[in-house]
Write a protein that binds this ligand. Structure first.
Ligand code: ADP
Ligand code: MG
Length: 700
């Protein structure tokens, strides 16, 4: 009888009871089939014993040693240090958590086998919390025959047990394969596609990754270019592409309000603007109107560098909805930015007789109740806010268009949830997504395949490029002097304090410090502070004062990163610029250079500057092209960081890496299209295999 690996639950394996099965299920591992596609994250080399004398820093190594001396230290934090040697050199094992029995087991003379990462410590090389095992004198060292795969885990599941389970699954698979009619693990990529590439087979690739042969070095694995790896990378990328195209396809089967432009409001709006639209803005506006009038839900991403004028494009789209009696929701990632949009839309739309309403999560009581009422009864034409707009309690009367600003902070699934929210009478609202983080083409191909793309590739006329320089914080005095002169000439300044990966609190404290220092150094200058822990009202009133030129120097944390628009501020100083990503710095810099006159950005760093940090900052000095900068950023930091989606779980691949595997992408797209056309029955199994339950199409 033929058996299917996906019909064999993990509970059929030795050692898997209800508890372990539940933990495995958390990782999406329910059957033996799932286990085989649970790919190692990386490998460790325990195939040979390394003499202590030849260890190098950063290396992960297996050593065979004897304890010389074990000590418990109380310097600051209690720790146990264990000096070991193998005759070729000394090494310190360091433990911050340890038990009394552990301590006892590390008596002088005890033989140990340890595996850990070597680093330089205060007294020579050390390993922190190595894995170790006590060995008898005559014991044979537990050296592995091949590299050890390291799998993604969940709490309460040991690496060693998972490895054993995968091993059992491989054995079972082998048995089934003996059967000539075996279909236990079907090949889902058509042969015609595989024939074009020089990959290994699926079977061979999986076996290779789970139990690597003994002659492959860890470096070759880490490079990720082995034909066995590339075979699976290829398939995974195809599956992602298929999944996104399906989302797109399903969404396009929905009906949406038909929003034909009447020009009733928009003509008036354009006439009242103090500038004329750039041709790039006009082009994108007409692309948007085409979608809005089509009766199918628009899903369009508008990319435009900072300052390219995306807000006006959003306003034009909003007017189409209003002209047709529909409501518009505009969502921004921060309160500050939402507030600024609110002010803009208020100025633009109230004279046209349209009601603009503001809604954030912090609004309480009467104000909130009133806002909700106007949204519910349709009086509010435009509703602006943060993601609070899409809470349960918010009911729109007739939502026709959702605009999301600075899209990279929201994931695909949030986008879908949003669309659901507004669905009424079988009509799906249109969606317009705007981002200033230019998305490199390769990324756009994989992660935004569900959206149409418009690019505003032109800045409004009269912008002067921002002169960017990189200065050491040791020259802070000169910088402060320069601010003095700048303010005397009637212009305003941003001073941005940065701290990443640390608490917002610390960031605010740093900003307060800087404010104090600047106030002391510049007594005649009007200085104010804005940071993330201030109440929205406070933040807002500081911003309004700055806009009204009642403040000369605004000290800020990175809250001003997105959207803030004060054309008279032409000088920006960024403290500790080396800590930020390029795209983020580019965004910040986009706050200046918005008015007439020269503008400057000083990237201040704390010496010494590492070589990569220096290189990164020099990219900003040389280029003002957001696309180029994003490409470089992507190369240096990887896609998760660039798109800010690391937390949202988007773009999580098991084996693919968009940067490393970029060259495969054209073939991936071609193969995905061929499968869709000629082998549609493979689409679902491929998506299921690689994305599992992560995608819920029911919600589209
Ligand atoms: P971003 O694309 O960064 O969101 P904004 O929409 O905030 O840019 O626009 C930046 C500034 O440029 C605003 O002050 C806006 O009024 C102005 N602006 C937009 N379009 C034009 C244009 N065609 N000509 C001149 N100024 C414009
Ligand atoms: Mg903007």
């Amino acid at each position: 009888m033929r058996e299917d690996l996906s019909a064999l639950p993990v509970s059929t394996l030795r050692g898997v009871g209800a508890k372990i099965a539940e933990k495995l299920s958390k990782l999406g591992l329910n059957s033996l089939y799932d286990l085989l596609f649970h790919l190692p994250l990386r490998y460790e080399d325990r195939t040979c014993v390394v003499p202590v004398g030849s260890l190098v820093s950063g290396q992960k190594a297996l050593v065979d040693v004897r304890v010389e001396l074990t000590d418990v230290l109380f310097r600051g934090r209690r720790s146990m240090s264990c000096r070991v040697s193998d005759g070729s050199g000394f090494l310190t094992l360091r433990f911050f958590h340890f038990s009394a029995s552990q301590r006892k087991g590390l008596e002088r003379g005890q033989r140990l086998c340890c595996f850990g990462e070597v680093r330089a410590g205060s007294s020579g090389y050390e390993m922190i919390h190595p894995e170790y095992q006590q060995l008898d004198e005559e014991a044979v060292l537990p050296v592995e025959g091949a590299l050890t795969p390291i799998y993604p885990l969940t709490e309460g599941l040991q690496q060693r047990s998972l490895r054993k389970l995968v091993g059992q699954a491989l054995v079972k698979w082998n048995e089934l394969e003996g059967d000539a009619t075996d279909k236990s693990l079907p090949e889902l990529i058509p042969q015609v596609v595989l024939d074009r590439e020089n990959f290994s087979t699926l079977d061979e690739s999986l076996k290779f990754l789970h139990s690597p042969p003994s002659d492959i070095s860890i470096e070759r694995f880490e490079a990720g270019r082995l034909p066995q790896q590339q075979r699976l990378v290829f398939e995974e990328l195809i599956a992602h592409h298929l999944s996104l195209s399906r989302l797109r396809h399903l969404a396009r089967l929905q009906n949406a309000p038909t929003l034909k432009p009447t020009n009733r409001l928009s003509a008036l709006f354009v006439r009242r603007l103090s500038f004329s639209l750039t041709s790039a803005q006009q082009r994108v506006i007409s692309e948007v109107s085409g979608n809005l009038a089509s009766g199918r839900p628009m899903m369009r991403l508008v990319q435009g560098d900072v300052g390219s004028g995306k807000t006006v494009v959003a306003a034009m789209a909003a007017l189409s909805a209003l002209e047709n009696g529909y409501q518009v929701a505009l969502m921004a990632p921060t309160e500050l930015l939402a507030e600024q949009h609110y002010q803009n839309f208020l100025n633009w739309f109230e004279p046209l007789g349209q009601r603009v309403v503001f809604l954030t999560g912090r609004q309480k009581g009467k104000a909130r109740k009133e806002a909700l009422e106007m949204i519910g009864n349709g009086q509010a034409g435009v509703v602006i806010g943060t993601h609070a707009l899409f809470q349960e309690s918010v009911e729109f009367s007739k939502l026709g268009l959702v605009i999301i600003d600075e899209q990279h902070r929201f994931g695909v699934h949030q986008r879908l949830a949003l669309r659901d929210k507004g669905k009424k009478n079988g009509l799906q609202p249109h969606q317009l997504v705007m981002t200033a983080t230019p998305i490199p083409r390769t990324l756009a191909m994989m992660s935004y395949a569900d959206l149409d793309l418009s690019v505003i590739d032109e800045l409004p006329p009269g912008r002067t490029p921002v002169v960017t320089s990189v200065v050491s914080s040791e020259r802070r005095g000169e910088v402060v002097e320069r601010i003095q002169g700048w303010v005397e000439s009637g212009r305003q300044v941003y001073w941005v304090c940065t701290l990443i990966e640390e608490s917002e609190l610390l960031q605010c404290e740093a900003a307060e410090e800087s404010e104090k220092m600047l106030k002391a150094a510049l007594p005649g200058v009007r200085i104010a502070l804005v940071h993330g822990r201030m109440k929205p009202d406070e933040k807002n009133s500081v911003m309004q004062l700055f806009k009204a030129r009642k403040i000369d120097l605004l000290v800020a944390t990175t809250v001003i990163e997105v959207g803030v628009d004060v054309p008279n501020a032409g000088l920006m100083v960024i403290e500790n610029a080396e800590r930020l990503g390029l795209s983020q710095l580019h965004q910040l810099r986009g706050r200046v250079g918005r008015g007439v006159g020269d503008s400057y950005c000083l990237l201040m760093y704390r010496a010494p500057l590492s070589e990569t940090a220096n290189y990164r900052l020099s990219i900003l000095r040389r280029s003002a092209d957001g696309f180029y900068i994003a490409e470089q950023d992507l190369k240096l930091r990887g896609p998760g960081e660039v798109l800010g989606t690391r937390q949202t779980g988007q773009l999580q691949f098991r084996i693919a890496d968009l940067v490393r595997d970029e060259a495969l992408l054209p073939a991936v797209v071609e193969a995905a299209e061929l499968i869709q056309r000629d082998y549609p029955e493979q689409v679902q199994p491929l998506i299921q295999r690689w994305l599992g339950k992560a995608v819920n199409y029911g919600e589209v």
